[in-house]
Ligand binder design. Structure first.
Ligand code: KIV
Ligand code: ZN
Length: 385
């Protein structure tokens, strides 16, 4: 079964989220957790961007042994040299060079002709390969680039020694159908494309980053890039935990494997959220507070009879200990009794009914009844002879 390489960029693209600024210790803590999560590659930062980033990448490169550590570089000799200094002690150092290929970026940002861009990419990849055993080259804004130009530049960059080709949807503009077609086109037209990893890197500006990443996999991507909790520039990057769980749960449709340890998901998500200060929305897929919470009576009753009625992902799969029956005005007696027992009370049917009535009365004034509220009700009823 084909394996998909997982490239995590929480510490680079994720750290580019407005307001996020991790210190060295925090970066190291996240890197160690990413290693436990089983990512194949972690992008630890952008060494030439600041002294702090340089040191962060170097610390991580010297500590992490079971994931390949990479750093970002512009297509310049000085960025590549600085990145090498930061990464040379890594167990498996690799470099990630990017250069834009879309007409918009080449004209307005780089002010270079396509021929000049092609030559720079080739020169810098071949310079990087003098040091790095693995070099990823990203065609920034690939999804808005001319396909024929992409084919031409990718062939040359592979000839120059690139071992991974990345086609980012830098501005989150593409759709699953278009992005899938781009990968198919590159697969079918680029000479030697099967000798390198082909990578997807999606942003979530239109809310399609995960769907786009999966479309790329279905059309030949062998590596997927993203961040924990989907943090990142603007609307963020593809959420790796969502991709991982989608591949696992819909294995019938997506017959691929990864090296990820899925029951580390919740721990990884909690750590990134705590250290980055980026709160995970309650309704976020896979890791949100409510992802395994059932509020309506019908759903609660179904889940208690058989969890598969309303749960396609078991909480245990992603490292959440038990499901979370939130008691509110729609909750039924079955869920109520289960919760009461969970809290350690063993009451007669009569007392349960009495407690249930008190609970329902409370739900008229409170949307969510907490464990503390229940303790008050149950203690009153238990002691009321
Ligand atoms: O989104 C993007 O294009 C990037 C590149 C640096 C790969 O993050
Ligand atoms: Zn990006």
């Amino acid at each position: 079964m084909p394996q998909i390489n997982i490239f995590d960029t929480t510490l680079r693209d994720g750290e580019q989220s407005p307001g996020v600024n991790l210190n060295q210790l925090e970066k190291l803590e996240i890197a160690k957790q990413l290693e436990r999560f089983g990512v194949d590659v972690m992008e630890a930062g952008f060494p030439a961007s600041s002294q702090g980033d340089f040191e962060g990448v170097r610390n991580i490169a010297r500590t992490i042994k079971n994931s390949s550590v990479t750093g970002l570089a512009r297509a310049t000799k000085s960025d590549i040299d600085i990145a090498w200094d930061a990464l040379k002690d890594a167990a498996e150092p690799r470099l990630h060079i990017f250069l834009a290929t879309s007409p918009i970026h080449m004209t307005y940002k780089l002010k270079k002709t396509p021929e000049e861009v092609l030559q720079t990419a080739v020169n810098m990849v071949s310079y990087a390969r003098e040091k790095f055993p693995q070099v990823e080259w990203s065609a920034e804004d690939a999804s808005r680039s001319d396909k024929e130009f992409l084919v031409k530049i990718i062939e040359k960059v592979i000839d120059a020694g690139a071992t991974v080709i990345n086609l980012p949807d830098t501005v989150g503009y593409t759709t699953p159908e278009e992005y899938g077609a781009l990968f198919r086109y590159v697969k079918e037209n680029v000479r030697n494309i099967d000798k390198v990893l082909l990578s997807a890197h999606c942003h979530d500006d239109l809310g399609m980053a995960v769907a786009n990443s999966i479309a790329a996999i279905e059309n030949g991507a062998t590596q997927v890039e993203g961040t924990i909790n989907g943090i990142g520039e603007r609307a963020g990057n593809a959420a790796l935990e969502e991709i991982a769980v989608a591949l696992n749960i819909r294995h019938d449709k997506y017959p691929y494997t990864t090296n990820l340890v899925l029951n580390e998901i919740k721990r990884t998500s909690d750590l990134v959220s705590k250290l980055s200060g980026m709160v995970v929305p309650g309704n976020k897929a896979v890791v949100g507070r409510n992802a395994f919470a059932h509020e309506s009576g019908i759903h609660q009753d179904g889940v208690l009879k058989n969890a598969s009625t309303y749960e396609i992902i078991t909480p245990e799969l992603v490292g959440v200990n038990s499901n979370n029956l939130v008691l509110g005005k729609h909750s039924g007696r079955h869920a109520f009794k289960e919760k009461v027992e969970h809290l350690g009370y063993h009451l007669s049917d009569e007392k349960i009914l009495e407690a249930f009535k008190a609970f329902k009365l409370l739900t008229d004034s409170k949307k969510e009844v907490t464990d503390e509220d229940l303790f008050t009700i149950l203690t009153d009823i238990q002691t009321d002879m």
